[in-house]
Design a protein around this ligand. Structure first.
Ligand SMILES: [Fe+2]
Ligand SMILES: [Fe+2]
Length: 316
């Protein structure tokens, strides 16, 4: 093991602080101020039952299909659990210096996502607000335990992938709703997620220069064990299958549009600064990706067969 790999998380956080400062400045220059209330069609809203004696939610009121509702609820519950993500991130980075400024700014931006989505879905009656609130209580009640909390390297690698995955999931959910207002809102949120991804991806790129073997090992470990933050939502497996069958987020997207481009941005495949441990981790990662690619192809085939069977059944 080289001396560089003896760096502790505290060493790395300190050494990466100038990078965090640079990326924070870049982020602040790029980020566009926007307001949730401008994205919500308030005049479409009517009172609910209870305090204002209006109409309870019923499925027939929803302007979007059941698959879109599933994706919208999973995406919103994922945003809702922000306090736990804030804690997980600030436990690693601390709340001082540019790191602290970033974590607070990021938290405020993520908070806007849940506010805007909840207002939109409530006013348009897209999802059941009672079920949503009960699920939020349940989901937040479980907190969030990242498997990466011990290391700044695995944490930065994880959030690089996760922010890009979230961006794509929001974007594709918006398109799937066939609701132009919902699509506009989720496109706006997705643009924020892209800037978040850039911050983390660029910090991780700097970490590769500081400590290439440790960074490579962290990336391989995270890619192999990746799970979305919303995977703790009740019924996630069933819901994520629904979302994958609709092509909103599936293994093909995860492989081709999330893992592959981020790994390319870190020049993972052509790095010449890796020692034996880094090279071994890269080989493991390559084997994992080949397996994922094959799984993605199998899923696509099964989905096509399923669609063909459904089409045949409906025309019979
Ligand atoms: Fe978000
Ligand atoms: Fe984000």
């Amino acid at each position: 093991m080289t001396a560089l790999d003896d760096r502790t998380t505290a060493d790395l956080v300190r050494e990466l602080e100038p990078v965090a400062a640079r990326e924070l400045d870049r982020h602040l220059a790029m980020a566009k101020e926007w307001f949730p209330h401008e994205y919500v069609p308030w005049s479409e809203g009517t009172n609910f039952d209870g305090e204002y004696d209006g109409d309870a939610w019923a499925e027939g009121q929803s302007p979007v299909d059941a698959v879109s509702r599933t994706a919208l609820v999973v995406n919103l519950l994922t945003e809702d659990n922000l306090p736990s993500y804030h804690r997980a991130l600030s436990d690693i980075t601390g709340r001082e210096s540019a790191w602290g400024e970033w974590v607070h700014r990021w938290t405020a931006e993520e908070g806007r996502h849940a506010i805007a989505m909840r207002d939109y879905l409530t006013v348009t009656r897209a999802v059941d607000p009672v079920a949503l609130e009960r699920e939020r209580m349940d989901h937040m009640g479980h907190g969030f335990e990242s498997v990466h909390e011990e290391s700044v390297l695995t944490t930065m690698a994880y959030v690089s992938f996760q922010e890009l995955a979230t961006r794509i999931s929001h974007r594709n959910t918006g398109r799937h709703t066939d609701d132009p207002g919902c699509d506009r809102l989720l496109a706006r949120i997705a643009a924020d997620e892209n800037l978040h991804m850039l911050f983390y991806r660029n910090v991780m790129e700097a970490a590769f220069h500081l400590s290439p073997d440790a960074a490579m090992q962290a990336v391989a470990q995270v890619a192999e064990n990746f799970a979305m933050p919303g995977s703790e939502v009740e019924g996630f497996t069933r819901r994520s299958l629904t979302i994958a069958l609709a092509g909103i987020y599936d293994l093909r997207i995860h492989h081709d549009e999330v893992l592959a481009p981020v790994l390319r941005a870190w020049n993972v495949w052509d790095r010449e600064d890796l020692g034996p441990e880094g090279v071994a981790a890269r080989e493991r990662l390559a084997a994992f990706l080949a397996g994922l690619d094959a799984d993605a192809t199998r899923f696509e085939q099964r989905r096509a067969e399923r669609a063909a069977r459904a089409a045949a059944a409906s025309s019979a």
